[in-house]
Every structure is written in structure tokens, then in C-alpha cells.
Design a protein around this ligand. Structure first.
Ligand code: FAD
Length: 422
């Protein structure tokens, strides 16, 4: 059956591939498509009946839900190193923000906030496009343009709810000013895809910085979390997932009270309990392969220890992927904006980020399962998906492939047709 252009947009949501980054709204224009909170609580694209095929061709090309590429080859430095799991890299370090407040308020050690602030104070960029807590949806993030370190700090901390940093990228580019972009690896992938359509991206985006990302919290899971913490979801006025320590308290605010939970109360005590959108489970790049710099936690096996949480000052493991990224680390270190503890290697990253390593191997068989089940999957380039899959033992490959087919069968890879929340 031939799909209409509108149905092609809906299919991305229905096959659970939409990540809600907002890029399709910037591509189509708000008269043709709007990314809004849907009935499911996710941010979803609502296309008009008359959206045209040419626009949807572009959307299908740039959408990071269904198309993710690694670092553009012209950005791979001649002295770059390469790891099959961790991709191209120029330097890996453990580090934290030189400024105590940035380190404390930041999600981990405040490295992304420190680098973004340094780019502003050293006048390498005019502003930073990133996100901060949403003004009306307590669990969401919202795109934000920061022109001062104080504003950058307002966006510090990880947002684990729906967030659309690219929703107005067309208007941001219209400003015609050099800027840095901070976004999840999928947001960076969207921006890099969009560079193929709009030459201003490569002219104006001077640095891309990414938090390494294992996935975020589905809206229904966040509501359950509020209830588990004894808070009526309708009464919530604010949600700070982490930061103000490492990971710091997960703080739910209502008009009457403040409830502090632990990061592990939100995520669960081990990886098997992490709940996330289906698309995140098949993510080909949670490690920021297309960013100049990706910053992560440094917890062994990816989770904090409840006992250390009050005292951990926060240390990022940081991967610079380009020459510009390595140079920025060195410059920020020299200026005192960053404290570099010591260099590390890909094996350290695999100890801190075991879940990322496992996913890198698992996505190939999972895509095969999606294909076998007739579902959309993610088109990838320069991410070594097939190569890594070829290293997976046969029985494990089959377990991943069949498990994915089973998920499709029971509806875990399906979302309803996008409809705006009433
Ligand atoms: C959804 C999500 C999942 C993550 N999963 C992992 C993981 O599996 N392993 C790991 O080591 N680290 C993970 N992180 C990264 C970790 O939480 C820290 O963000 C990272 O270590 C950088 O810390 P920092 O102190 O330097 O960040 P900060 O200095 O606090 O800066 C964070 C920056 O990220 C931006 N940001 C926050 N949330 C979002 C969002 N949802 N979308 C786009 N931009 C955002 C903010 O605007 C801010 O500028 C995840 C982060 C997110 C947002």
C-alpha cells in the first residue's frame, strides 16, 4: 500500500522510531507540521493533511529516529585513534569543571557546562543552543539559547523527559551567528543530517558537545515514579532529575512541598530495571560519535552507589573525537575552566559504560529482528553496526534478533497514531 506523505510521518511515530527532537518541525515549517505533546505524553509530530512528498523525503533523510551517521569523514583527524566500540577519538580523559559551582550543579562533574561557558567567555561562539527545564511541563526539557555562563548554568543537569532542542533550528541559524550546540547523540545526529540540507549548519555550528546517553524516561514511567514517591502527578510543578551533587537528589516539587528521591529510585538499582522508549533500546549511537566532545559519568558499570551519592563531587569521563574537541579540552584545562585528572583509554570507558558497549554489539541483530518483523529500523552510516554484529556469538545474535521480533509481536515497538494531547 502506498502511504500518503502524512502517513509516512505518522509511520515514524507508529513504529516507535520518533525521538521527539523537533527537527521535522524546523524542516517543514509550523504551517505543515508541529511537534507537540501527544496523547501518549511524548513529543510527537502532527503533520497537516497537505504536507507534500518532497518535504517528507527531506524529513525521512534528516530524522535521527531513522537515520544516524557517525563522525563525518572530513572531521576524522589524521592522528585520530579508533576503537571498534568507542569509535574515532583524539583524547579521552577524566575531568570536572574548574568552577566549584558548575561542578556541583552539573549532572556529573559539570564538564559540558564548563566547556560551553569557556566557549562564551573566550568569545569562540556568540551563544550556546542547548536545553533547560521546561517552563510548563515539569518533566520536559526545552530548547534554550544561552549567551552568558549564568544562563548556561540554568540548563545544567540531565533532563530525562521529552526534549526538542532542534525544534527551531531554522530560526537559530537565521540569527547568522557562530554558536555551540549541546544535545544528546541523537540530536547531534539530526543536526549533522540537517547539515546536508542547510549549509549554514557547518558554517555556524562551531562545536558540538554531547552528554553520552543510555536512553530517557517514558512519560508513563515518570508518572509512576511520582506516584511511588507519594506525589500526585497532577500536582507536580518541577522535576530536577539530577545535579547539585553527583548524581544529587531527584527533586520533585509541588506548590506545597519538596520531595527528594534518589537517582536509583527513578532508574532502578540495576540496568535490567531501566525503562526507556523502544527507540533508545535500539540506539546505534549513545556515545556521541558525531560530536566534537562527548561527556559521560564515571560510575563503574553505569550506576552510582547509593552510599557514595552524598559525597561524590562528580567526575566525567570525556571523549574528544575531533581535533577541535582535543584542542578545546587542552585550552579549557590551561585556562582553569576544566580540571583534567588524567587520560584514560577505551577500556576504561567500557568499564564505566558497560551498557553502551553491550548495546553497540546488540543493535545489529536487533535491526535484523525489526527487518524480519517488517518494521522500520535505523539506517546507519560509519557506526560499524554490521561489523560489531559479526563479532556476536551466533546464539546471542539469535537471542537478540528473536527477542526483538517478539517485542514487535507484543506491541512494544508500536506507538499509537500521533494525536495532540487535549
Ligand atoms: C537522557 C540522558 C541519558 C543519559 N545516559 C547516560 C548514560 O547512559 N551514561 C552516562 O555516562 N551518561 C549518561 N547521560 C549523561 C550524564 O547524565 C551527563 O549529562 C554527562 O555526564 C555530562 O555531565 P555534565 O556534568 O558535564 O553535564 P552538565 O554540565 O550538567 O550539562 C548537561 C548539558 O546537557 C544538556 N541536556 C540535558 N538534558 C538534555 C536532553 N534531554 N537533551 C538534550 N540536551 C540535554 C543541558 O542543556 C546541559 O547543557 C545521560 C544524559 C541524558 C540527558
Amino acid at each position: 500500500m502506498t502511504l500518503t506523505p502524512k502517513q509516512r510521518v505518522e509511520r515514524i511515530v507508529e513504529h516507535a522510531m520518533c525521538i521527539g527532537c523537533g527537527l521535522c518541525q524546523a524542516v517543514a515549517g509550523t504551517d505543515k507540521l508541529q511537534v507537540v505533546k501527544g496523547e501518549t505524553g511524548y513529543l510527537v509530530p502532527i503533520a497537516s493533511d497537505d504536507i507534500d512528498a518532497k518535504t517528507v523525503d527531506i524529513i525521512e533523510d534528516v530524522c535521527p529516529g531513522i537515520h544516524v551517521a557517525g563522525l563525518p569523514s572530513n572531521l576524522i583527524a589524521t592522528d585520530s585513534q579508533h576503537d571498534n566500540v568507542w569509535g574515532p577519538w583524539t583524547r579521552m580523559v577524566r575531568a570536572w569543571a574548574g568552577d566549584e559551582q558548575q561542578r556541583h550543579i552539573g549532572a556529573t562533574g559539570g564538564v559540558l557546562t564548563a566547556l560551553a561557558s569557556f566557549l562564551l567567555t573566550s568569545k569562540q561562539v556568540n551563544f550556546v543552543l542547548h536545553v533547560k527545564p521546561h517552563e510548563t511541563e515539569p518533566s520536559f526539557g526545552q530548547m534554550h539559547i544561552s549567551r552568558t555562563p549564568e544562563e548556561v548554568l540554568q540548563g545544567a543537569g540531565s533532563r530525562y523527559g521529552p526534549t526538542a532542542p532542534l525544534i527551531a533550528i531554522d530560526q537559530v541559524l537565521d540569527l547568522g551567528e557562530p554558536f555551540a550546540f549541546i544535545g544528546k547523540p541523537c540530536d547531534i545526529a539530526g543536526l549533522r543530517n540537517y547539515a546536508e540540507q542547510d549549509a549554514r549548519v557547518n558554517e555556524l555550528v562551531k562545536f558540538t558537545l554531547a552528554p553520552v546517553c543510555g536512553g530517557w524516561g517514558p512519560p508513563a514511567t515518570t508518572r509512576n515514579f511520582y506516584q511511588r514517591m507519594g506525589v500526585d502527578p497532577e500536582a507536580v510543578t518541577g522535576l530536577r532529575y539530577r545535579g547539585h551533587g553527583c548524581p544529587g537528589p531527584t527533586r520533585i516539587t509541588t506548590k506545597e512541598r519538596v520531595v527528594d528521591a534518589h537517582y536509583l529510585d527513578f532508574w532502578g538499582d540495576d540496568e535490567s530495571m531501566w525503562d526507556m522508549p523502544f527507540r533508545c533500546k535500539i540506539c546505534p549511537d549513545g556515545i556521541g560519535e558525531a560530536a566534537d566532545i562527548a561527556a559521560a559519568d564515571s560510575w563503574v558499570l553505569g550506576s552510582p552507589n547509593r552510599l557514595d551519592s552524598e559525597t561524590d563531587p562528580g567526575t566525567n569521563s570525556v571523549v574528544a573525537r575531533t581535533s577541535a574537541g582535543a584542542y578545546l579540552l587542552a585550552e579549557a584545562d590551561m585556562a582553569g575552566a576544566l580540571v583534567i585528572e588524567h587520560d584514560i583509554m577505551p577500556d576504561h570507558m567500557s568499564i564505566y559504560q558497560t551498557h553502551q558497549m553491550h548495546k553497540k554489539y546488540a543493535v545489529g541483530p536487533r535491526y535484523q529482528g525489526l527487518q524480519d518483523a517488517g518494521q522500520l529500523h535505523v539506517r546507519t552510516e560509519r557506526l560499524r553496526v554490521a561489523e560489531l554484529a559479526s563479532e556476536v556469538p551466533r546464539h546471542e545474535y539469535e537471542r537478540q534478533r528473536l527477542g526483538t521480533m517478539e517485542r514487535v509481536k507484543v506491541g512494544k515497538a508500536t506507538q499509537p497514531k500521533p494525536k495532540a494531547a487535549s
